[in-house]
Design a binder for this molecule. Structure first.
Ligand code: AMP
Length: 420
């Protein structure tokens, strides 16, 4: 019997793990500099949380959610996105009172999507949520984080697209304008869009079907239907972005797939990775917290896909560094030397030295070969003489230089040589 991985998923093999770790370390560092704290929520939640927040008619809820029923008949879903769980946790733990309102997360999401390059059924997202203020400064600050994170990695072909999707007050007029525009084209629209026409006409702007896209090309712009407070909010967000020197282009077609967005909506597009070119997206969701049982609280957030980011980095030949190799390979000559060195091994590891050692190999030759294979920087040879002097013969595997080092001085010597 042999098994293969489920479609739309992938393994992160050891050779790739370092890139993931390096990326997460960079993200974490920047998040800390912006005053964000990590939050980790479960990978499944009651399905109603997503149905209510994303919207019953959204693609995520309609087609993409992995639902299951537990032994007591309760309906759960593997999380398709990270915002609703963070907001659920924010409300449940009354985080408003503790002031933890700048939150970041990183973890797997699940959507039953058609797999292709850059699109998976289990994929990882990093995200930020700022909860508690409607001040457009926060829109600009959060967007600037995303821009600095991605451009700071060295990516060049990035484009920040910005829109405002207004508030429930201005949506009504816009929905009416969209229905009036699409009405003569109804029969040419795809079956999904014919439904969207009734339920959420702005989703027509987001359809990937070529005919629908063509028709949507000349649809009215949301920006012409913003009420005054939304117009002012958008103008202020743009002006803060200008002050923070974050370049953007306006794209009135950005609607975002989920129902809970209000006002600022944005996406970072990367040119050169094919159809799945959205690296990250987000927006304001001023109504969501109240919708899921909290006090009315404005908020804004974004999520980015890690797989697509790695593809983009590879595309531009940007390396995230090499996995650090073995610092020291131990080569005891014979049983006595091995028993002598054993108590030291973990002590050195606890001091941060990466140590290779293999008791299955006994001859000098096979141990030296193993040291070479593990690309160790140094080897420590322990023969009879070294034993007698409580020392090792430290061999630089690059230069071949050797020197006798006391066991008690090995760590400090190595740290100096390795620049630890
Ligand atoms: P969304 O939550 O749909 O706004 O997506 C935010 C980001 O997550 C996108 O810009 C992508 O980078 C990434 N993403 C969304 N869906 C997938 C998927 N099925 N596979 C890989 N990445 C995805």
């Amino acid at each position: 019997m042999s098994y293969s991985i489920p479609r739309g998923t992938y393994d992160i093999l050891p050779k790739d793990s370092y890139r993931w770790q390096a990326l997460k370390a960079k993200f974490t560092e920047l998040a800390k500099a912006f005053g964000y704290e990590e939050i980790t929520t479960p990978i499944f939640e009651v399905s109603d949380l997503f149905e209510r927040s994303s919207g019953e008619s959204s693609d995520v809820v309609q087609k993409e959610m992995y639902r299951f029923t537990d032994k007591k008949g309760r309906s759960f879903a593997l999380r398709p996105e990270g915002t609703a769980p963070v907001v659920r946790a924010y409300v449940e733990h009354n985080m408003a009172s503790s002031g933890n309102n700048k939150l970041w997360y990183w973890g797997p999401m699940f959507r039953y999507d058609r797999p292709q390059a850059g699109r998976y059924r289990q994929f990882y997202q990093y995200g930020l949520e700022f909860i508690g203020s409607d001040n457009p400064y926060w829109d600009a600050e959060l967007i600037s984080f995303l821009w600095l994170f991605l451009s700071g990695l060295g990516l060049k072909h990035l484009r920040l697209e910005l829109n405002s999707v207004g508030c429930p007050n201005c949506s009504q007029d816009y929905d009416n304008a969209l229905r009036a525009y699409f009405q003569p084209h109804l029969e040419s629209l795809c079956p999904d869009c014919q439904k969207r026409y009734e339920t959420k006409p702005r989703r027509l702007l987001d359809c990937k079907v070529t005919t629908c896209k063509q028709i949507a090309g000349s649809a009215p712009s949301q920006l012409d239907y913003l009420d005054e407070p939304c117009r002012d909010h958008f103008a202020a967000a743009k002006s803060y972005l200008d002050k923070l020197s974050i370049p953007y282009t306006i794209n009135p077609k950005i609607v975002r797939g989920l129902d809970y967005y209000t006002n600022t909506a944005f996406e970072i597009v990367y040119e050169g990775i094919g159809a799945q070119n959205s690296l990250a997206g987000g927006g304001r969701y001023n109504g969501l917290i109240e919708q899921i049982g909290g006090k009315p609280t404005p908020a804004i957030g974004f999520a980015g896909g890690i797989e697509r980011l790695l593809i983009a980095l590879e595309n531009e030949g940007i390396s995230l560094g090499e996995s650090p190799g073995t610092d020291l390979y131990l080569i005891p000559m014979g049983e006595q030397a091995r028993d002598f060195i054993l108590p030291w091994i973990n002590r050195w590891r606890m001091e941060g030295i990466t140590i290779g050692f293999d008791p299955d190999k006994s001859s000098f030759k096979s141990q030296l070969k193993a040291a070479n294979n593990s690309q160790a920087r140094f080897a420590a040879i322990i023969g009879e003489d070294e034993l007698a002097q409580e020392s090792v013969m430290l061999k630089d595997m690059q230069s071949g230089e050797q020197s006798l080092i006391k066991l008690s001085e090995l760590v400090s010597t190595l740290k100096t040589k390795l620049n630890h």
